[in-house]
Design a protein around this ligand. Structure first.
Ligand code: NAD
Ligand code: UGA
Length: 462
């Protein structure tokens, strides 16, 4: 099928940037991104490119180049579905909060709603692409919905999981390690696969486009995230061992990573991984394994999350213990709220859990993040502890890092923003209460430099 019009349902962290790059690389295809969230669509259409709903380095340039040319953002979902030959489903698939699988399984209600809508509205054949991360065999469910509701139209289902990481989304999309396209091994299935291969081939070398069956593609996405998170929990578990033995986790990590069989990425110790997907995708993997009776497999993967929670808790507990032991001000300054640098996304950020733990211990917090809005910080805390009044009393959010530090003995670094390394740490030290401590939850600052200023430096695993 020749693709002239693409519709993408879901204008979020994946739908927005992915479609912007597809439009940039395929100027002859019209790409329309639709969403039920009117505010989000308005922000994508904003004349002020600083107000796009997602902060990603390089994204505003791609949107500037394509928006109005062959990239459109709209709330008219119906027209976009009718007018396109290919429809991406890129909606959220959060962990279920009720019903069967509560707390573990992925909630597919948004994906299913999209499938229903596509079936009801379509008047011509469509290729439906699963872009959202879903449990293995979800495409079977989508196919069932599409075919049972609309018997006159041929729907081909493809799985095309997304591997971009936030903060580097544009680069990851423009130079992906690989693109995976799963589809049915039938004549029409293969034709559908080829239609999508052609779109990616505009910029991705053919050898980096892997075509598979539907189930392999779906499972590859879940397991890729589980493998990445597993490395972080492995190194984080060793950071505690280093603290007890005098080894230095940065040296251990370098030594391990130089083995070419292991490789050096995802071995950076941290206060714990966050982000919208690692936890949800591992919970989902655990659920799938457990629901087919693979208890040992489920327990194995679940351990990644147990170590991650432990790493966040022990970081907060250390701060709390020091305050009590040394009778310090019950005021802690937090630098960094997003789950990693170069994004304004805070979903599952370690900062939320550390802050909540400290608030529970009656500690007051002054928070600064270069990109996260004040309202988001309160939203995150209210979501986890449902105690708006206490959060308002205990947390102050500042626009400038330098205003955060009065009457505090402790700064905790929770995100690895580059600007933290550029600060005038002597000036910060002068303004703080003494003794002054830095708890570096990302090991981004220079221990010797801070100690020479007068700080007590407490990093991870060293
Ligand atoms: P998101 O929450 O940022 O965006 C999803 C959007 O879908 C929202 O704007 C929501 O309003 C919209 N939506 C939901 N139901 C809809 C409907 N019926 N009709 C129209 N719009 C609807 O989510 P995201 O971060 O973009 O993630 C989307 C999917 O991609 C998830 O399955 C996620 O696991 C996966 N993924 C995310 C990332 C990432 O870095 N965030 C990376 C790879 C894969
Ligand atoms: C991750 C994957 O890297 C993407 O391939 C995947 O597409 C995406 O999840 C998804 O499915 O949503 P993302 O969560 O955006 O991307 O960012 P990462 O760079 O993977 O970082 C995740 C978390 O791990 C962050 O909190 C980060 O600070 C932490 N991290 C990362 C470490 O603590 N140590 C490391 O060495 C690397």
């Amino acid at each position: 099928m020749k693709i002239k019009n693409i519709c993408c349902i879901g204008a979020g962290y994946v739908g927005g940037p992915t479609m912007a790059v597809i439009a940039q690389k395929n100027p002859d295809i019209t790409v329309t991104v639709v969403d039920i969230n009117e505010k989000r669509i308005a922000a994508w259409n904003s004349n002020n490119f600083d107000e796009l709903p997602i902060y990603e380095p390089g994204l505003s340039d791609v949107v500037k180049e394509t928006r109005g040319r062959n990239l459109f953002f709209s709330i008219d979902i119906k027209s976009a579905i009718i007018n396109s030959e290919m429809i991406f489903i890129s909606v959220n698939t959060p962990t279920k909060t009720s019903g069967e699988g509560k707390g573990f399984a992925a909630d597919l209600k948004y994906v299913e709603l999209c499938a229903n809508q596509i079936a009801e509205i379509s008047t011509t054949d469509k290729i439906v692409v699963e872009k959202s991360t879903v449990p293995v065999r979800t495409s079977e469910k989508i196919k069932k919905i599409l075919n049972s509701k609309n018997k006159y139209i041929d729907f081909q289902i493809l799985s095309n999981p997304e591997f971009l990481a936030e903060g580097t989304a544009v680069r990851d999309l423009q130079i992906p390690d690989r693109v995976i396209i799963g589809g049915d091994n039938t004549k029409k299935g293969n034709q559908a696969i080829e239609s999508l291969v052609k779109i990616y081939s505009s910029w991705v070398p053919r050898k980096n486009i892997l075509t598979t069956n539907l189930w392999s593609s779906e499972l590859s996405k879940l397991t890729a995230n589980a493998f990445l998170a597993q490395r972080i929990s492995s190194i984080n578990s060793l950071s505690e061992l280093c603290e007890e033995t005098g080894a230095d986790i940065e040296e251990v990590s370098k030594a391990i990573g130089m083995d070419s069989r292991i490789g050096n990425s995802f071995l950076k110790t941290s206060v714990g991984f966050g982000g919208s997907c690692f936890q949800k995708d591992i919970l989902n993997l655990v659920y799938i394994a457990r629901s087919i009776g693979l208890e040992k497999v489920a327990n194995y993967w679940e351990q990644i999350l147990i170590i991650n929670a432990h790493q966040r808790d022990r970081f907060a507990n250390k701060i709390n213990a020091l305050i009590n032991k040394e009778s310090l001000n019950k005021n802690v300054c937090i630098f960094g709220w997003s789950f990693k640098k170069d994004t304004n996304d805070t979903r599952e950020s370690a900062a939320i859990y550390v802050a909540n733990n400290l608030i529970k211990s009656n500690i007051y917090l002054n928070v600064y993040d270069p990109k996260v809005k004040r309202s988001q910080i309160y939203f995150d805390l209210n979501y986890i502890n449902k105690n708006d009044a206490k959060n308002k009393r205990h947390v102050l959010v500042y626009d400038r890092h330098i205003d955060c530090i009065y009457q505090t003995n402790i700064i905790a670094i929770l995100t690895e923003w580059d600007e933290f390394k550029e600060y005038d740490w002597e000036k910060i030290y002068d303004k703080m209460s003494k003794p002054a401590y830095v708890f570096d939850g990302r090991n981004v600052l220079e221990k010797e430099e801070l100690e020479s200023i007068g700080f007590n430096y407490i990093g991870l695993g060293r």
